[in-house]
Write a protein that binds this ligand. Structure first.
Ligand SMILES: *Cc1c(COP(=O)(O)O)cnc(C)c1O
Length: 385
């Protein structure tokens, strides 16, 4: 693994939290660190799963926003292209050399539609979701303007009630409009249900997934009845992917969080009511104790500006004697009932929710056996247009 972005000349503690070769103890905090062994293990496990299941994997890059990790997902993780959520994110990945990107979302801003078409014209394979006939016209015009072809998937609402048309006839109608539109190619359907990913009980999660899969099946019957071939059915996330893989109707999985994991995904259970153990925590928010002035409490340097707490507070990795109990802008409060922590002590926090946490950082520090092996930029950080 090589850092592709020249990082020489960057000042540790100002531009960047660490440089390759440093000891883990020298990393300036707060910062995100990636346990490279754990990351590679997670990628290999998903690769093995998808290979055995005979399903394609297009990992979601909205989680890590890193071209280096996307490359690793291709090199060892069985990936065929990646997903992202925003046109500017797609552009960041393409510029960094990832040439097959699905924007698993609708894009309606004319500037962003034009930028996407330009990426396709420059040689990337760009796919995009649509759920509105007007958008088909907009995309077709942009593709023609750049003399290129953009792949379009009809997004169906498989129970998430976010974007997407009703499965069945409305989806077929949109597909026909795509087929008729110059510059566009109908690639298939997307059916992703976000909320069910996080259902803790295995049986309940499976029931939700089966409901969603039944809607996909119903939709494919409508396509078959209409004689419209539907080559790709894409969807699935870290909580539901075994169900989509076993469904016989999905052709591609879009899991994202499996690469890093977080507290929230650490709670979901498998059939035996155990925590799902397939994937290890690979992402940590490294923090340092900066003040200990009262018994029972220690203050660390990681607060709200370096993590998202929308899914709950972080946990302290590998320790059950101390707890992260409150976050303010720049500080974290650690409950330390036995007064074990001293200024300068370091803790590895497992973020509550990985995706929005990663977007708050410029760098990932890749660590192995106590050494900084690599430092990766968060390539698409802030690319939310
Ligand atoms: C976020 C997202 C995913 C990935 O979900 P994880 O839970 O992170 O595995 C897949 N597809 C779509 C459309 C998403 O928005």
């Amino acid at each position: 693994m090589k850092v592709e972005t020249g990082i020489d000349g960057l000042a540790v503690g100002f531009d960047i939290p660490a440089l390759p070769g440093m000891a883990e103890a020298e990393i300036v905090t707060p910062c995100l660190i990636v346990d490279l062994d754990a990351l590679e293990k997670n990628l290999r496990r998903m690769a093995e799963f998808t290979r055995k299941a005979g399903i394609r994997l297009r990992p979601h890059g909205k989680m890590h926003k890193s071209a280096d990790i996307a490359r690793l997902q291709h090199a060892i993780g069985g990936a065929n292209g990646i997903c992202c959520q925003k046109a500017s994110e797609a552009e960041a990945f393409v510029r960094a050399g990832i040439s097959d990107v699905l924007v698993s979302n609708e894009v309606r801003n004319p500037v962003m539609i034009d930028r996407l078409a330009r990426l396709a014209a420059e040689g990337a394979r760009i796919s995009i979701c649509v759920d509105d006939p007007d958008n088909i016209g907009e995309l077709s015009e942009a593709a023609l303007r750049h003399s290129t072809v953009v792949d379009c998937l009809v997004e169906i609402d498989s129970g998430g009630h976010r974007c997407g048309v009703e499965p069945g006839e409305p989806a077929v109608t949109l597909a026909r409009a795509i087929i008729a539109a110059p510059g566009l190619r109908f690639a298939g359907i997307q059916a992703y249900q976000g909320a069910m990913q996080h259902i803790i009980k295995h049986g309940e999660r499976r029931a939700a997934a089966e409901k969603s899969i039944a809607l996909v099946r119903h939709c494919l019957e409508a396509f078959a009845a209409a004689g419209v071939p539907c080559p790709t059915v894409t969807g699935g996330g870290t909580g539901s992917y075994p169900f989509e893989a076993a469904s016989g109707v999905y052709t591609e999985l879009q899991c994202g969080s499996y690469a890093f994991m977080d507290v929230d995904y650490g709670h979901i259970e498998d059939e035996e009511h155990c925590r799902v153990r397939c994937f290890d925590n690979a992402l940590f928010l490294l923090t340092t104790i900066m003040s200990v002035t009262r018994p029972g409490v220690a203050i660390c340097d990681a607060g709200l500006k370096v993590q998202s707490v929308d899914s709950g507070l972080p946990t302290v990795f590998g320790r059950d004697d101390v707890d992260y109990v409150a976050a303010t802008d720049e500080h974290g409060r650690i409950c330390d009932p036995h007064n074990l922590l001293r200024v300068g002590d370091r803790l590895k926090l497992v973020p509550g929710h990985c995706d929005p946490t990663c977007n708050l950082h410029d760098w990932y520090v890749g660590v192995r056996h106590g050494r900084v092996e690599t430092v990766w930029p968060v390539t698409a950080r802030g690319k939310s247009f």
